[in-house]
Every structure is written in structure tokens, then in C-alpha cells.
Design a protein around this ligand. Structure first.
Ligand code: NDP
Length: 287
């Protein structure tokens, strides 16, 4: 079977650039949306040119021009969107509704991976304010995809863990697993969860590893959930949203407190051929 043609939207971003690289490395004909609005942003232009040198095709388009998006989408089989979505950086997740419209009109896309790459929003109905809107926006996009009957895969790329358990993911591995799903029928209309066994650590285990690597002992302060929540109240909105996210990950356990079951699959079990970066290797970079 020939490899699907992939269009990456948001290809110059933090996750997006890794997805472009993973798509090229896995031998997919790779297309990258080159937005007109980037203008003379020299860093983006240079990055796009380096993708081109590696064999990617640059496709011009704009979110303000529906036809350009339809034309871009018509050139490929799969669309992976990696637009920014962190609420205190910018509000772009809902712009994806324009992409959903274009994919619906083009009618040729066999898989769409919207910009997710975080905690599963379907499990965050109880999320604290502020910060809840990111999950809400991602659910609005999911609803539009499912109503338009566009085949999809959602990527839940846990960053940290829950119940004092941390799931570590190297960003390049997130990209590798993401691209792995596009021609995999097991992941059609499912969620891929990134929870590789060897990268799940308790918070104490993590601190212990870091102490060993740095030959230092750290002073530990234990904070109850109640005190942690109380400490948020005088912070500005952006910081409160950050604290709320930490609360859900560490105290609420939102990335680990459920079985995957029929929702989808776990990345390292589905793709054992990928040698994912272990925590101690990741930590070495910070020495
Ligand atoms: P970035 O902030 O790096 O931005 C990604 C891209 O979005 C940009 O490079 C740009 O792409 C595009 N973009 C920005 N503004 C606009 C706009 N107005 N119109 C159209 N496109 C725009 O995003 P991240 O990589 O940090 O985030 C991607 C996803 O990953 C999000 O859903 C986020 O929630 C998730 N995430 C998860 C993390 C985790 O730890 N699990 C951590 C960080 C993010 P271009 O200029 O190339 O077109």
C-alpha cells in the first residue's frame, strides 16, 4: 500500500515542525500549509524552506480564504492540524472549524487529526475555570468533525500524569506516533493515548531520578489539594489557568485515572517498533 499524502497545518509550530519531520521520516509525501499571513516572518520562512529542501511541498493558503483551504486539502489524503491551542497564548483552536468546512467540501480526506496533543478533552467536563475553555473548544471541533462524518484520529499526548504519576513524552515521539496512525485502520475514529509503561513515574520517582543525575538532594514540600487550590486565588488569569491544569494532572489524575478500553489504543502497545525516549534520557538534556 502506498503511503498517504499528508498535509500538515501549523507546520512551523512547536509540535507541527516535529510532525512534518516525522511524516518525511516515515516516507509520506508531505505537504505543509504556507499561510500568506506569515509574510516576512523570517524564522518561519526559513523553516518552510528547510522542509522543502527535505522533500516537502509547500502549499499556499489562508484561513481567510476558504477556496485556498479546499484546494490545499484536495491535494492530499490526510490532514494533520497542529495549530496553537494554549488558551493563555492564543485562541486558534476554533479556527479549525474553517478547516473542517474545507475538508467537508473537498470530500476526499480519509483521515483528519485535529490539533489535540494534550489531555483528552472528552474527559474534562469537570475542569476548573479558567482554562476549561481549551477543552471546550477542542470538543466543539470534535463535534463538527463527527457531524460532518469526517474520518478522524484524536491524539492524546499526555504530558504529565495523575495521582502523583507522570507520563513523559518526548515531543519527537509524539510526532512519530501521530504519523503512525494515519494509515492504521485500528485508529480510525479512535483516540490514540500516549502512555508508554516505562515513562510512567510517581512524582517521587521522578525527583529521585533527578537527584541521582544531579548528585543533589532537594527539599520537599508537600501541599494538599485544598491548599494548592487556595494558593491560586490571587493570581492573574493566565497563571490560574496554568495552576488549574497542574491541579487536574497531579491531584485529579486526569491522564491516568481511566482505562483506555474501546476508546482507542495505547501508542507503545500498538507500535512496539518505535523506540521511545525514556525519562532518564530526556532528563540528561537538562544537565
Ligand atoms: P504553537 O503555538 O507552536 O503554534 C502552532 C502553529 O499554529 C503556528 O506555528 C502557526 O502555524 C499556527 N497559527 C498560529 N496562529 C494562527 C492563526 N491566527 N491562524 C492560523 N494558524 C495559526 O502551537 P503548539 O505546537 O504549542 O500547540 C499545538 C497543539 O499541541 C495544541 O492543540 C496544544 O494544545 C497542544 N500542546 C500540547 C502540549 C502537551 O504538553 N501535551 C504542549 C503544547 C501544546 P503556521 O504559521 O506554520 O501556519
Amino acid at each position: 500500500m502506498s503511503k498517504s499524502k499528508i498535509l500538515v497545518v501549523g507546520g512551523t509550530g512547536y509540535i507541527g515542525k516535529r510532525i512534518v519531520n516525522a511524516s518525511l521520516a516515515q516516507g509520506h509525501p508531505t505537504y505543509v500549509l504556507m499561510r500568506r499571513e506569515i509574510g516576512f516572518d523570517i524564522e518561519k520562512v526559513q523553516m518552510l524552506l528547510s522542509f522543502k529542501e527535505q522533500g516537502a511541498r509547500l502549499v499556499e493558503g489562508s484561513f481567510s480564504d476558504h477556496h485556498s483551504l479546499v484546494d490545499a486539502v484536495k491535494q492530499v489524503d490526510v490532514v494533520i492540524c497542529a495549530m496553537s491551542g494554549v488558551q493563555f497564548r492564543s485562541h486558534n483552536i476554533l479556527l479549525q472549524l474553517k478547516l473542517v468546512d474545507a475538508i467537508k467540501e473537498a470530500g476526499n480526506i480519509k483521515r483528519f487529526l485535529p490539533s489535540e496533543f494534550g489531555i483528552d478533552p472528552a474527559r474534562m467536563g469537570h475542569a476548573l475555570e479558567p482554562g476549561k475553555e481549551t477543552f471546550g473548544d477542542k470538543m466543539i471541533v470534535r463535534k463538527a468533525i463527527e457531524e460532518a462524518e469526517i474520518p478522524y484520529t484524536y491524539i492524546s499526548a499526555n504530558c504529565f500524569g495523575g495521582y502523583f504519576v507522570v507520563v513523559f513524552m518526548d515531543e519527537d515521539d509524539v510526532a512519530t506516533y501521530t504519523v503512525k496512525t494515519v494509515d492504521d485502520t485500528r485508529m480510525l475514529n479512535k483516540t490514540l493515548y500516549l502512555r508508554p509503561q516505562e515513562n510512567i513515574l510517581t512524582h517521587n520517582q521522578l525527583v529521585e531520578k533527578w537527584e541521582k543525575l544531579t548528585h543533589k538532594k532537594f527539599e520537599k514540600v508537600y501541599i494538599s489539594a485544598q491548599d494548592f487550590l487556595a494558593s491560586m486565588k490571587d493570581l492573574d488569569n493566565a497563571l490560574q489557568a496554568g495552576y488549574a491544569r497542574i491541579y487536574h494532572i497531579y491531584y485529579d489524575g486526569c491522564t491516568m485515572n481511566f482505562d483506555i478500553g474501546e476508546w482507542g489504543g495505547e501508542a507503545s502497545e500498538l507500535y512496539p517498533e518505535v523506540r521511545y525516549t525514556r525519562v532518564h534520557e530526556y532528563l540528561q538534556r537538562y544537565l
